[in-house]
Design a protein around this ligand. Structure first.
Ligand SMILES: NC(=O)NCCC(=O)O
Ligand SMILES: [Zn+2]
Ligand SMILES: [Zn+2]
Length: 488
């Protein structure tokens, strides 16, 4: 039992002074002068903000890459998440080409279940298309707690779907009440441009950036948003990295498309100049897709849109590749595993670049780091809210904490921290996951396997309300005509 005393509760829609009593992993009471059993541990939360723990709906732990896997598994990855104030992650099952979705899902569960230190859910990527895939999407939603499917418009030859396949997946998502998540880049363009650059002798990390100009992120985002609007399927654009992609999302919203945009820690804080660094190790650490943009105005622009709900939530796209894994692409950038980290830094980055700049209120901070994800993935108010009956997944945020992000102190297993040197004001003093104190001033107290799999139901009201109403209004019928006149 735990009593959080003297803090200020911050939800997405309210702020108030109150104590919070926790028992059996759940918030049992919120108020003043709460009567608690004598053995209750009391945390003094004077000066702290009591907020729902972060929900990072975009991570890749232990993701297979070529002949190995990303270096943060579900233990070190969730440990890093908790260290940064994130108490729930949603990872991506990525089936191999031709592989059963259910088999891939089982594999991911077997990797995660015994290792996770915090609660988690799974999205499933659709990397190929057939009637079996269509069928298995149904099983995953009805029996395995999956309500979101990711499609790739890039990584041609192993993950990318073509337009008719996208059409089929979006249509199936709509039928099932699931969300279509999209990695939006034009894979055909990237392939051609990469060949050209390699022929010119540009083989280093900068070639990756040059092969993926932001216009092609914008073009693919436009294709995805257009398809989503025409099919009446909700679309979630993962890792929004550019002004071009963000502008397309804003245009889609204006047309009434149900679309969500997710910038990540890296796109809100960094610029792509790192990819030109003379030290190859440094440059390679910043390689991800779509790339971190060179335009220095992009991070602040994305934060401005996040502030006014034209972008909606944040993720990290945590995908921890070591220097030796990146070295696979030393003499050919197309062979380098893509990915940056951020599961540990996302909350601090959003606070520093959003709240500290006067763009986000603490309430909006809660919304874009936790509540909106809870609503989109249909686990609200169990998650994403400090309220009686909700899971006791909390972060006690200290606005006066000052830290410099660094590889010297981070939890992730990678050697280089892409946020190195960023001074963050505000950070997690205590983190509570499933009612247990996992971070306190003494350090980390995590347990492998303490997290649970959280099933996500389809037809989230937050996402599907407008979709279902519009569906009822749809009238699709041809024109009845009299037979053509007989010719002599
Ligand atoms: N983003 C990236 O470069 N790596 C992770 C996989 C993905 O999200 O596309
Ligand atoms: Zn992606
Ligand atoms: Zn990703």
């Amino acid at each position: 039992m735990l009593l959080i005393k003297g803090g200020k509760v911050v939800n997405a829609d309210e702020t108030f002074q109150a104590d919070v009593f926790i028992e059996d992993g759940v918030i049992k009471a919120i108020g003043h002068d709460l009567v608690c059993p004598r053995e209750t541990r009391v945390i003094n939360a004077d000066g702290l903000l009591v907020m729902p723990g972060g929900i990072d709906a975009h991570v890749h732990m232990q993701m297979p890459i070529f002949d190995s896997a990303t270096v943060d598994d579900f233990y070190t990855g969730t440990r890093a998440a908790l260290a940064g104030g994130t108490t729930m992650i949603i990872d991506f099952v990525v089936p191999k080409l031709g592989e059963s979705l259910l088999a891939a899902y089982d594999r991911w569960r077997s990797w995660a279940d015994g290792k996770v230190c915090c609660d988690y859910s799974l999205h499933v990527a659709i990397t190929w298309w057939s009637d079996v895939v269509r069928e298995e999407m149904g099983v995953l939603t009805k029996e395995r707690g999956v309500n979101s499917f990711k499609t790739f418009m890039a990584y041609k030859g192993y993950l990318m779907l073509n337009d008719p396949e996208l059409y089929a997946v979006f249509s199936r998502c709509k039928e099932l009440g699931a969300l279509a998540m999209v990695h939006a880049e034009n894979g055909n363009f990237i392939e051609e441009k990469s060949k050209e650059l390699l022929e010119m002798g540009i083989v280093g990390p900068e070639g990756h950036l040059m092969s993926r100009p932001e216009e092609i992120e914008g073009e693919a985002t436009n294709r995805a948003v257009t398809l989503g609007g025409l099919i009446n399927c909700p679309v979630y654009i993962v890792h929004v990295m550019s002004r071009s992609a963000a502008d397309v999302i804003v245009q889609g919203l204006k047309r009434g498309v149900v679309v969500y945009g997710e910038p990540i820690g890296a796109s809100l804080a960094l610029t792509g100049h790192h990819c030109y660094h003379a030290d190859w190790r440094h440059a390679a650490a910043y390689i991800m897709s779509p790339p971190i943009r060179e335009d220095p105005s992009t991070p602040a622009y994305l934060m401005d849109l996040l502030a006014c709900n034209l972008l909606h939530t944040t993720g990290s796209d945590h995908c921890a590749c070591s220097v030796s894994q990146k070295a696979r692409g030393y003499s050919n950038f197309t062979q380098m595993p893509n990915g940056v980290t951020g599961v540990e830094e996302r909350m601090s980055i959003v606070w520093q670049k959003g709240v500290r700049t006067g763009k986000l209120t603490p309430n909006r901070f809660v919304e874009v780091t936790s509540t909106t994800n809870a609503k989109i993935f249909n686990v609200y108010p169990r998650k994403g809210r400090v309220s009686v009956g909700s899971d006791a997944d909390l972060v006690l945020w200290d606005p006066s904490m000052v830290r410099v992000l660094s590889a010297k102190t981070h939890q992730t297993r990678v050697e280089i921290n892409v946020f190195e040197g960023i001074e963050c004001h505000g950070g997690p003093k205590y983190v509570i996951a499933g009612g247990k104190v996992v971070v306190d001033p003494e350090g980390l107290h995590v347990t492998a396997g303490a997290g649970r799999f959280v099933p996500n139901d389809c037809f989230s009201d937050f996402v599907y309300n407008r979709i279902e109403e519009r569906e009822k209004l749809k009238v699709t019928k041809g024109v009845e005509r009299s037979p053509p006149p007989k010719t002599a």
